[in-house]
Design a protein around this ligand. Structure first.
Ligand SMILES: Cc1cc2nc3c(=O)[nH]c(=O)nc-3n(C[C@H](O)[C@H](O)[C@H](O)COP(=O)(O)O)c2cc1C
Length: 398
């Protein structure tokens, strides 16, 4: 007999900056290739968000929307929009499907091709140049406008993508940010870019929820780690952010061995492969145990067993549980867990064939929703595994 989980903490109401969530399950950001490829929101995308809303998540975070165009940042007059048409259809559909489901727009830059300070990467032939201070001001303005626009498009909040080696992630990391001006050096200065965006945005959106996703570890020497993360998180809280989603990893770490990293290096250091035992699940939990924050903490990365998640929630260090790949595999996972149907473990094998599917869709300009190939196409799944295991060798600079 199925035993419902209505009385579980994970299915109790949660609040972020006054925004009430019907439960504590968050769909973590998952890149929307059709939005990026076609720069428009197709019917398939809208239907997919409807499916997610029907599936029972309390909050859905979109794939990252670019607030700057790809390329040069010299002409500030052209950066007035979140640069994709039709984004309001996603917010509207989610709300009409379930008025208690929250929808958060993840904001990132487009491909800027610059970093806080000039840096060589094992995956790039040439060093990436540093941003000029004027360009940082443009980025701040673009994010602030993105926040204003997301609010006007009907979203319940925004999340800054400051994890996995994005531009904002680079500002926060002592590995990537060696600036000696106001935007680098101390933790306070590295977080200044976030503080400036929030301050500028708040002038127009007041207490509209602004979340962040950030790295608790870069898995790299000289980067963010378990010892330095608490101070960064505390400074992020002081900057006016309303909730922090804790993730980790960046591309540059992938040249390290499996033994050094503790997981298989595939493109997506935040998405550990084959989480098949309890000790591999919820792999960023030890990092949040070190935090002392007043804002809600969202944990992502290898969350797979509702019974284990319930146990972690009971310790009081984490407020919300986010998942990405389990939702690609089972969009209706929250409702399945709630009804007590089937196993308490998500069906997702963490094989990462979804990452391959996403990249292939992008490269082939195929505006298709990312699939779980293990379920959808066994031959493609095999090809994906080959591609994943040779990715580092094929992409690192020799
Ligand atoms: C196909 C795919 C697309 C992703 N897209 C994004 C994204 O747009 N923004 C982001 O912050 N993280 C993105 N991620 C990372 C996930 O949100 C998540 O942090 C990571 O997969 C670990 O969580 P999981 O074990 O629940 O999958 C993506 C991951 C995958 C597998």
């Amino acid at each position: 007999m199925d035993i419902r989980r209505d009385n579980y903490r994970i299915f109790s109401e949660g609040v972020i900056a006054g925004l009430r969530m019907k439960n504590r399950i968050v769909r973590s950001a998952t890149w929307d290739v059709p939005v990026t490829v076609a720069r428009n929101v197709s019917d398939d995308v809208v239907d997919y968000y409807k499916t997610l809303a029907l599936g029972g998540a309390g909050m859905i975070i979109t794939g990252d929307f670019p607030v700057t165009p790809d390329g040069s940042l010299t002409d500030s007059t052209s950066f007035s929009d979140v640069r994709v048409g039709g984004l309001e259809k996603i917010a509207d559909t989610v709300h009409r499907t379930d008025e208690r489901c929250r929808i958060i727009a993840q904001l990132n830059t487009g491909y800027v091709g610059k970093t806080p300070s000039e840096r060589r990467s094992p995956f790039r032939k040439d060093p990436t140049p540093a941003l000029a201070e004027e360009e940082i001001k443009i980025i701040i303005m673009c994010f602030a406008r993105g926040v204003v626009q997301a609010k006007s498009l009907g979203y319940d909040g925004v999340q800054f993508h400051a994890a996995h080696g994005t531009l904002l992630c680079d500002f926060l990391s002592p590995y990537a940010n060696k600036r000696e001006d106001d935007y680098g050096g101390t933790v306070k200065k590295r977080v200044k870019v976030i503080r400036d965006i929030v301050t500028l945005a708040r002038k127009e959106v007041s207490d509209f929820p602004i979340l962040i996703k950030t790295n608790c570890t870069d898995y790299i020497e000289g980067g963010v780690d378990i010892d330095s993360f608490p101070e960064i998180a505390a400074e992020i809280e002081r900057s006016g952010i309303d909730a922090i989603e804790v993730s980790g990893g960046r591309y540059d770490c992938l040249v390290r061995s499996k033994e050094e990293l503790g997981f298989r290096p595939v493109p997506g250091a935040e998405s550990h492969t084959r989480i098949n035992s309890l000790d591999k699940q919820s792999y960023f939990y030890p990092y949040i145990e070190m935090l002392n924050l007043s804002i809600p903490v969202i944990l992502v990365g290898g969350n797979k067993d509702v019974e284990y998640l319930e146990k972690l929630l009971s310790f009081g260090r984490v407020d919300f549980m986010a998942m990405c790949r389990p939702f690609i595999c089972e969009p209706g996972l929250p409702n399945r867990w709630l009804s007590g149907e089937g196993k308490s473990v998500a069906q997702c094998k963490s094989c990462n064939s979804c990452i391959y599917d996403m990249y292939m869709n992008f490269i082939n300009k195929n505006a298709r929703i990312t699939r779980c190939l293990y379920k959808a196409d066994k031959d493609e799944h095999k090809r994906a595994q080959k591609w994943l295991s040779s990715w580092v060798e094929n992409h690192k600079v020799q």
